[in-house]
Design a protein around this ligand. Structure first.
Ligand code: SAM
Length: 281
């Protein structure tokens, strides 16, 4: 029902990540009632609509045309047209296009309505059994190993679990880089969630590398557990860390320098010269 509002509404609609029984009534009602449906791939969404018996006018909205297509869609919304946005699977805007359009709508005072539903992120976390409430979602790790390692290093001191999406052809390389950066932490890998061949793997990173050494297919969510508790007590700045290794951990100067340069990703010579002056104080 339209009230006095002049513009249309933008509906952000989540769709199943594999199992079509995860379609909600509200999602169907929304897709059936909007004037225009923006989707990543019109053929893919066309198949979903055919399954639901819904006829809708489709237009493409994907990573490559997100900027210019948002201008067009915002114009339509401001003319009073109701638009729904879906991605190929899961929740739009989560490692999927959507943010540009939503931001534009918000700036123009156009109502943005969430029609929540599946997301691989929430699905994996819900069956992970992790007890801590916080987590860090890293989306897809960088494709190139150098950049990937650099980004992962920034997460080394996060005490919460890290969640990533990853493509099957990159999972081995990513797991190996994670092992290099985080050490042999506990981790979980979720494959093909909600689908017929769904699998859950857990164990140390080195075990996961072993388990995925053959050809891995399908869609994957990787969760890397936080570091062991003791590391959370570690101070974060160089001076305090030097004193912590000396007074609490009672390590040798040489070991402290080695560990700190790894922890803080600093050159050993830089850490050594600072540690030397503090060590004898
Ligand atoms: N927006 C989507 C969401 O909310 O889940 C994610 C889109 S992102 C482009 C696609 C990635 O999500 C896949 O490469 C995979 O890492 C993860 N993913 C999607 N469906 C999955 C599934 N059924 N099982 C495991 N991972 C899945």
């Amino acid at each position: 029902m339209k009230t006095q509002q002049i513009s249309g509404s933008l509906y952000i609609v989540a769709t199943p990540i594999g199992n079509l029984n995860d379609i909600s009534q509200r999602m169907q009602d929304t897709l059936a009632s909007v004037d225009l449906l923006a989707c990543e791939d019109t053929r893919h969404t066309g198949r979903l609509l055919a399954h639901l018996g819904i006829k809708a006018k489709l237009t493409s909205y994907h990573k490559e045309n997100e900027q210019q297509k948002s201008v067009y869609l915002l114009e339509k919304l401001s003319e009073g047209i109701d638009i729904a946005l879906v991605s190929d699977a899961g929740t739009p805007g989560i490692s999927d296009p959507g943010a540009v359009l939503v931001q534009g709508a918000r700036q123009q005072g156009i109502p943005v309505v969430a029609i929540p539903g599946p997301s691989a992120l929430a699905t994996a976390l819900s069956v992970s059994g992790l007890q801590k409430s916080g987590f860090y979602f890293g989306g897809f790790p960088e494709a190139r190993t150098g950049k990937r390692i650099k980004k992962l290093k920034k997460m080394r001191r996060f005490s919460c679990p890290l969640v990533f999406y990853e493509a099957p052809h990159r999972i081995q390389a990513t797991l190996k880089d994670c092992l290099h950066v985080f050490g042999d932490r506990q981790a979980q890998l979720f494959r093909e969630l909600t689908k017929r061949h769904e699998e859950h793997f857990s164990g140390s990173l080195s075990k996961l590398i072993e388990l995925t050494s053959g050809k891995v297919r399908g869609e994957l969510v990787l969760i890397i557990h936080g570091p062991p508790e003791i590391r959370e007590e570690q101070p974060e700045n160089l001076e305090e860390l030097i004193l912590w290794y000396r007074d609490t951990k009672k390590t040798s100067l040489k070991d402290a320098v080695q560990l700190i340069s790894k922890d803080l990703d600093l050159q050993r010579s830089k850490v050594y010269s600072q540690a030397l002056s503090i060590w004898k104080s």
